[in-house]
Unconditional design. Structure first.
Length: 154
């Protein structure tokens, strides 16, 4: 915080990157610091997710064609698990409802549907990243445990 407001804010104003009033979110240093910080955190998170995606994709590709029978270590019986079609339909319906609600609340000039859809995708990636990097996954991200079972495969 000291570096952002004490060092970067005056530099951004001096070089004309944020020429407006300091507390302005659009043209001032406040908005400049916020959006630059958000871009850095998001790109860092997505780059940190690459090894996990690579590992998952390589296991998926290696398992195809070799008849590999990788079973999850599920405790529940198969008939007690939620079918994957229900999960996918639920996600799709929630995304459509979310896009419609954002459109209803902000109108035609507000947030575009493609931006809302993009935010759902980034939110899902960042939630998975939070689960994968969590030092205590049994306590901190317990609600994500069921949707992120691919992490537990060996």
């Amino acid at each position: 915080m000291l570096v952002g407001w004490g060092l970067l804010s005056p530099i951004s104003r001096y070089y004309g990157w944020a020429p407006g009033p300091v507390d302005d979110m659009t043209t001032g240093a406040r908005g400049w610091i916020l959006w630059i910080s958000l871009a850095i955190m998001t790109s860092d998170s997505l780059v940190a997710l690459i090894p996990t995606v690579w590992e998952y994709a390589s296991k998926l590709v290696a398992g195809v064609g070799h008849g590999s029978d990788d079973r999850d270590s599920e405790v529940e019986m198969e008939d007690r698990l939620v079918p994957i079609q229900w999960v996918l339909w639920g996600i799709a319906c929630c995304m459509v409802i979310g896009i419609l609600l954002v459109r209803l609340i902000f109108g035609n000039e507000g947030i575009k549907p493609w931006a809302t859809l993009l935010s759902f995708g980034l939110g899902a990636l960042l939630a998975i990243l939070g689960y994968v990097t969590c030092p205590f996954p049994k306590t901190a991200f317990n609600s994500c445990k069921g949707s992120c079972t691919w992490r537990n495969r060996s």
